[in-house]
Design a protein around this ligand. Structure first.
Ligand code: ARG
Length: 456
C-alpha cells in the first residue's frame, strides 16, 4: 500500500510491534460502513463516476459478508483493518479499488472507525444499564418496607429500608446513563474528510458523509479531527465510574451474603462451591464484578498516559488507544449483565436484617429527636442526655427499646412511657419522611417517579 520507496521489507519484530490487525479487526463493520459512505459521496460530487462508485460499494459489501461469515483471512502483513479491507477489495474488483482512498487517509479513517465503534458501544451499554435499572426498581419496590441497618463507617447508624438502599444505586445508574447520553451528544461529529491532517484539495462534501454515517456534523478542525481521542477517554472514564458503582454494590452483596451477616442468599446461578469445604457458597460473581473494576480503570489511566504530551496531529502512539477500550467495553458489559442477574434473584432473610438493624442502639437519634420535640431540649443537650441513656442501656445489657423507664428517668426525670413509641426500628424508618428520606412513603414515591421515566 505504501512500499514505493522501500527496498527491503520490515524486520520481523517491526511487523509485530506495528501491526494492529490482531485487535482492530473488531472494527470491520465500522470500517466498511465508512468506506461505503465515502465512495457514495465521491460519486455525488463527481470525483468518481456512478459506475466506479457502485463497483466499489458492491465489492465492499462482498468483503463485509466474508467477514461476517468468518470467511475472511486477515493478514498481518497488511498491518491493519483498513489495508486488509482495501487489499481484498482490489482482489475482488481490480485497480478501480485504488480510487476509494482519494481524499482520505488512514488517519481520518481510523478516527472515524473508532468513533463509530465507541458510539455503538455506548448505545449498547445504555441499554444494558436500563436493564439493571429496571431490576433495581423491581427489587426496591418489593423491599420498600423491609428494614435493614443503615451504616456510616460501617458502624450501625440508623435503620433504613432495603428499598431505599437499592434506590440509592438506582440514582448512580441514572447518572451513569446521563454520562453516556451527554457523551453521545458531544462526540457525534464526523472526522472523515480531514484526510491526513490538513483537509484535502478535492471538492468533497463532508456534511454529506457525516449525515450518511449518522453524525450531527463534521468535526470542525481537520487537525483536531485526526488527533482527538477524547471520546475514547470519556468512554473509559464513564466505564470506570460506572464500574466503581458496580463494585460498591458487589461489595454489599458479598457482605450481605456472608455467614455472619446472613442478610441475603445469592442464587445458585451466581455462586460457586468450594472443592474442599462442602458447606461453602462463594459469591464469585460479585467478587469478580468488584475485581474487574481495576482493569477497567486501568484502561482509562493507560490511554490518558498514552495521549499525554502527543503533539498534533496523528502519532502512531495512538494505535494504543483501541485495546484499553475494547477490553473495558467487554468487562464493563459482562459486569452490568451479571449485576443485573444477581440483583434480580437474590433472596432476602428479612427477620435477620431486622434483628441486626435493631442492634447497636440504632434508634438513639430518634430518642434525641423525641427529647427535642417533647421536652423542648436544645438538640445538643438532647444528644448528651441520649448518650447517657445509651450508656445505661449498655450497662443493663439491653437495647434502648427494652430499657426500663425508671432507668431512663434516672438520667432525665421528665421522660414518659410515650418515648417507647419512637424507639422501634419500624417507627424510626416510618418517621423519616423528609424528601429523599427512607420512609416507605417516600421510597414508593421515588419508585413511582422512576417508573414514570424508565417504564414498568
Ligand atoms: N493502525 C493505525 C491505528 O490504529 C491506523 C492509522 C495509521 N496511520 C498511519 N499514518 N500510519 O492508529
Amino acid at each position: 500500500m505504501w512500499g514505493g520507496q522501500f527496498a527491503v521489507g520490515m524486520a520481523d519484530t517491526m511487523q509485530r510491534i506495528n501491526a494492529s490487525i490482531g485487535f482492530d479487526q473488531k472494527m470491520y463493520s465500522q470500517d466498511i460502513a465508512g468506506s461505503i459512505a465515502h465512495a457514495a459521496m465521491l460519486a455525488k460530487v463527481g470525483i468518481l463516476t456512478t459506475q466506479e462508485s457502485e463497483t466499489i460499494i458492491a465489492g465492499l459489501r462482498v468483503v463485509l459478508q466474508e467477514m461476517e461469515l468468518g470467511m475472511f483471512e486477515f493478514k498481518v502483513e497488511l498491518e491493519d483493518i483498513h489495508m486488509n479491507v482495501e487489499s481484498r477489495l482490489s482482489e475482488l474488483i481490480g485497480d478501480i479499488s485504488g480510487k476509494l482512498h482519494t481524499a482520505r487517509s488512514r488517519n481520518d479513517q481510523v478516527a472515524l472507525d473508532f468513533r463509530m465503534f465507541v458510539r455503538d458501544a455506548l448505545f449498547a451499554m445504555n441499554q444494558e444499564l436500563t436493564s439493571l435499572l429496571l431490576a433495581l426498581l423491581q427489587r426496591a419496590e418489593e423491599f420498600a418496607d423491609t428494614i435493614i441497618p443503615g451504616f456510616t463507617h460501617l458502624q450501625t447508624a440508623q435503620p433504613v429500608t432495603l428499598g431505599h438502599h437499592l434506590m440509592a444505586y438506582l440514582e448512580m445508574v441514572i447518572r451513569d446513563k446521563g454520562r453516556i447520553e451527554s457523551l453521545l451528544t458531544r462526540m457525534n461529529e464526523c472526522p472523515l474528510g480531514a484526510a491526513a491532517l490538513a483537509g484535502t484539495s478535492f471538492p468533497i462534501d463532508r456534511h454529506l458523509t457525516a449525515e450518511l454515517l449518522g453524525f450531527d456534523h463534521p468535526c470542525r478542525n481537520s487537525l483536531d479531527a485526526v488527533s482527538d481521542r477524547d471520546f475514547a477517554l470519556e468512554f473509559l472514564s464513564t466505564a470506570s465510574i460506572c464500574s466503581m458503582h458496580l463494585s460498591r454494590l458487589a461489595e454489599e452483596l458479598v457482605n450481605w451474603s456472608s455467614t455472619p451477616w446472613g442478610f441475603i442468599r445469592l442464587s445458585d446461578m451466581f455462586s460457586t462451591g468450594s472443592s474442599i469445604m462442602p458447606q461453602k457458597r462463594n459469591p464469585d460473581a460479585a467478587e469478580l464484578v468488584r475485581g474487574k473494576m481495576g482493569r477497567i480503570a486501568g484502561g482509562w489511566t493507560s490511554l490518558l498516559m498514552t495521549m499525554k504530551g502527543l503533539p498534533l496531529t496523528y502519532n502512531k502512539d495512538m494505535q494504543e488507544d483501541k485495546e484499553p477500550v475494547f477490553e473495558a467495553y467487554e468487562q464493563w458489559r459482562i459486569c452490568v449483565q451479571v449485576m443485573t442477574g444477581m440483583v434480580g434473584d437474590f433472596t432476602v432473610n428479612a427477620p435477620r436484617m431486622r434483628e441486626v438493624a435493631a442492634q447497636g442502639y440504632a434508634t438513639a437519634t430518634d430518642l434525641a429527636d423525641w427529647l427535642v420535640r417533647t421536652l423542648q431540649l436544645p438538640f445538643r443537650q438532647a444528644h448528651h442526655v441520649t448518650a447517657r441513656i445509651v450508656k445505661a442501656a449498655n450497662e443493663a445489657g439491653c437495647e434502648l427499646v427494652d430499657l426500663p423507664l425508671a432507668l431512663m428517668q434516672e438520667v432525665e426525670p421528665r421522660i414518659t412511657q410515650e418515648v417507647y413509641g419512637v424507639l422501634t426500628v419500624e417507627a424510626s424508618v416510618a418517621s423519616r419522611q423528609s424528601f429523599g428520606g427512607t420512609s416507605p412513603v417516600r421510597v414508593r414515591e421515588a419508585i413511582a417517579a422512576a417508573r414514570a421515566t424508565y417504564g414498568p
